[in-house]
Design a protein around this ligand. Structure first.
Ligand code: ADP
Ligand code: DP6
Length: 325
């Protein structure tokens, strides 16, 4: 009873930021992402009759506390579904992505965990079912089941059956690049889960965020369909800024940005003044992802490497969906 799966992380161009149901992880809005080939997680799940509890080893270290509870609670979903309560697993995972630093380690992490667990239990799930399961580990992870450009449809039902991801365009539809710029690989203070809850509950800007989303989604889908880079970049950057604006309107207010984050945003905007189309997006952390076209890679990377506070740059092409060993 063993399964191994590899999943890539994804970067949202239209952000998921808020839940309408915390337990089932049902979002307040639909979101859209690109799967990234440069950042991934590989996870092996092995169920043993003689284990008394789950064991979770991440990057060769045994994990306890909140991250362990998250994994074991998540495995309960599968145990309940397969009617295998009382059967525990050894989970071994490797993140080729900095953990909890806004690089969506949770996205590739939970997608790989879902895939490996369903293989280990031989559940034969469809991608749609796998995406529904994955959503309940971490919302953004449900988009990592697919390669290419992916939409998580928020759904309307209270039981979450219509809340799962679908592919909008395949991996080979359009060669765009994403430079993940590491400004700090330290773990962040406010997790995305806590940050979005605080924002939904208290931000005076939250309604404005929600109202603006359907239009952003329509525009980005047109842009992806037509391979209109400027259209996609503009709406993605604006959507990111609106999401981060909600954190400033929360009580207590907070931000994921550091001074180097803002400085890098300006670096990217300055590239555009030199007619290099590059746009930024930022998740729940200080690091910045820059999207650009392959023909501008040299100039974009030279500029980013010279920017203040940059520790490392990880370049990705559009990545593939989940795979199994
Ligand atoms: P990030 O920006 O890295 O996604 P989050 O705070 O959203 O940050 O999620 C990080 C959490 O995701 C970790 O603390 C851990 O609970 C979980 N996680 C990360 N990698 C894995 C993995 N490979 N398997 C299972 N859970 C993981
Ligand atoms: C800013 O998926 O990490 O990256 O569902 O609580 O696990 P949970 O949150 P998570 O939040 C991701 C937020 C985001 C935007 C996005 O990826 O869409």
């Amino acid at each position: 009873m063993k399964g191994t799966a590899k999943a890539h992380t994804n970067i949202a161009l239209i952000k998921y930021w808020g839940k309408r149901n915390e337990e089932l992880i049902l979002p307040t809005n639909s979101s859209l992402s690109v799967t990234l080939d440069g950042l991934h997680t590989e996870t092996t799940v092995q169920f043993h009759e003689d284990l008394q509890e789950d064991v979770f080893v991440l990057d060769n270290k045994e994990v306890t506390g909140v991250a362990y509870d998250r994994v074991t609670n998540y495995l309960n979903l599968f145990r309940n579904y397969a009617k295998k309560q009382g059967l525990f697993a050894e989970v071994t995972s490797t993140n080729k992505v900095p953990t909890a630093a806004g690089f969506a380690s949770s996205a590739s992490g939970f997608a790989a965990l879902a895939g490996a667990t369903s293989k280990a239990l031989d559940l034969q799930l469809s991608d749609e079912d796998l995406s529904r399961f994955t959503r309940q580990g971490s919302g953004s992870a449900c988009r990592s089941i697919y390669g290419g450009f992916v939409e998580w449809q928020m759904g309307e039902r209270d039981d979450g059956q219509d809340s799962f991801a679908v592919q909008v365009a395949p991996q080979d539809h359009w060669d765009i690049r994403v430079a993940a710029v590491v400004l700090t690989a330290e773990e962040k203070d406010v997790s995305s889960r806590v940050g979005m809850r605080r924002t939904v509950e208290t931000s005076v800007f939250y309604d404005g965020w929600l109202q603006s989303l359907p239009k952003d989604m329509e525009t980005i889908k047109e842009g992806i369909r037509d391979k209109d880079f400027e259209k996609v970049g503009k709406v993605a950057e604006a959507n990111c800024l609106k999401m981060h604006a909600t954190t400033f309107g929360a009580t207590p207010p907070f931000t994921y940005w550091q001074d180097t984050t803002m400085s890098l945003m300006q670096t990217v905007q300055n590239l555009r003044k030199k007619d290099i189309p590059a746009y930024f997006t930022i998740d729940a952390g200080p690091n910045v992802k820059v999207i650009y076209l392959p023909e501008h890679e040299g100039e974009v990377l030279r500029t980013l490497e010279a920017a203040r506070g940059v520790e490392k740059i990880i370049v990705s092409k559009v990545g593939a969906g989940i795979s199994y060993k």
